[in-house]
Design a protein around this ligand. Structure first.
Ligand code: GDP
Ligand code: MG
Length: 314
């Protein structure tokens, strides 16, 4: 059993030694632990520091390609060197790497395909009330899309089985955390969660400059995921709501046209009803198109999985 611990890093020379020092050297039922640094175009001494602390495996980007791409490239590298389990942790020492042994156990024992560390955000002192609310709300929406029940959907501290990585395909450039959960949920993989306590904050988040930016970016990712995986929830709900709203003025127009003999036209109702009904019709057509694309994607993903198996399973 080989565990690859991958750490995406963008200028993490200050905190990386702490992260590396806390990665366990031995884990029960694991023969080999390999650390891979994904250097996403760091301009500081991240790579030198990692080498000095004994890291032998690197994936390097000459220019920053952002976190989702880094995750993707790290996973491919890990699969290439024969990882049975890939653990992802951050370079800012936010997560307790000592817990890696616990994180991988559900996968080793065959109970889970993916294990997500729950940061228990409701208890984190330096998280504002807004951030806590958003975390809970965001996780609820992701769970709805994925059909799961996970307390912390955006935690970056996770373990993935080789099998789950062969089946999941991330496409968004920005956030792979929510996307992997939604895909895994849709594909009926088993996702477990273990509680952890995060380390003291070392610095501000680099992924999000502000709460507003976080909401916008995660919001877009989640809406896109819904459109991709459960289009009927978006277009169906919207379409049928507009249909009902449009029928009201439309029926009113018909009723008065038939019963009212004073010669008044009720054109406003007709215009409003027609606009709403046209919008409803468009939503329902979009629903059909999105569903056809979804079916197509299932075929493409099947193919991709097959290609990955040929590429990585030697
Ligand atoms: N590859 C890559 N990693 C990044 C980028 N920005 C942040 N990171 C890494 O992603 C992890 C999480 O970043 P962090 O700033 O702690 O965001 P947080 O998750 O909101 O705390 C750390 O390991 C960072 O080094 C980026 O643009 N590219
Ligand atoms: Mg962090």
């Amino acid at each position: 059993m080989k565990v690859v611990v991958q750490i995406p890093c963008l200028n993490e020379e200050a905190t990386l030694p702490l992260v590396l020092a806390s990665i366990p050297k031995k884990i029960p039922n694991v023969d080999e632990i390999v650390v891979v640094i994904i250097d996403d175009g760091s301009t500081d001494k991240t790579v030198e520091v990692a080498k000095k602390h004994g890291v032998r495996h690197f994936v390097r980007h000459a220019r920053t390609q952002y976190l989702a791409r880094s995750f993707h490239d790290g996973v491919n590298y890990a699969l290439e060197i024969g990882a049975d389990i890939v653990v992802n942790t951050d370079g800012d020492n936010q997560y307790p790497q000592e817990k890696i042994a616990e994180l991988v156990q559900p996968i080793i024992s065959g109970q889970a395909d993916i294990v997500i560390a729950d940061r228990q955000t409701q208890k984190i002192a330096h998280f504002s009330a807004t951030k806590k609310f958003l975390q809970r709300f965001g996780s609820a929406v992701v769970n709805k899309a994925a059909g799961t029940d996970l307390p912390d959907a955006v935690s970056g501290f996770r373990a993935y089985s080789r099998e789950s990585l062969l089946r999941i395909n991330t496409v968004t450039r920005f956030s792979y955390t929510t996307e992997t959960i939604i895909q895994a949920g849709q594909k009926h993989l088993s996702i477990a969660s273990i509680p952890i306590t995060t380390n003291a904050k070392t610095r501000e988040s680099r992924l999000f400059k502000s709460v507003r930016q976080m909401v916008t970016k995660q919001g877009v990712t989640i809406i896109r995921a819904f459109i991709m995986y459960r289009p009927h929830i978006v277009f169906g709900t919207l379409g049928y709501t507009l249909l009902v709203l449009g029928l009201v003025p439309f029926v009113r127009y018909l009723y008065f046209t038939i019963t009212d003999h004073t010669g008044r036209g009720h054109l406003q109702s007709l215009v409003l009803g027609s606009v709403l009904l046209t919008a409803a019709f468009m939503c329902l057509v979009l629903n059909i198109i999105a569903d056809l694309i979804r079916i197509n994607r299932i075929l493409i993903e099947d193919n991709l999985e097959h290609t990955k198996r040929i590429r990585f399973d030697k």
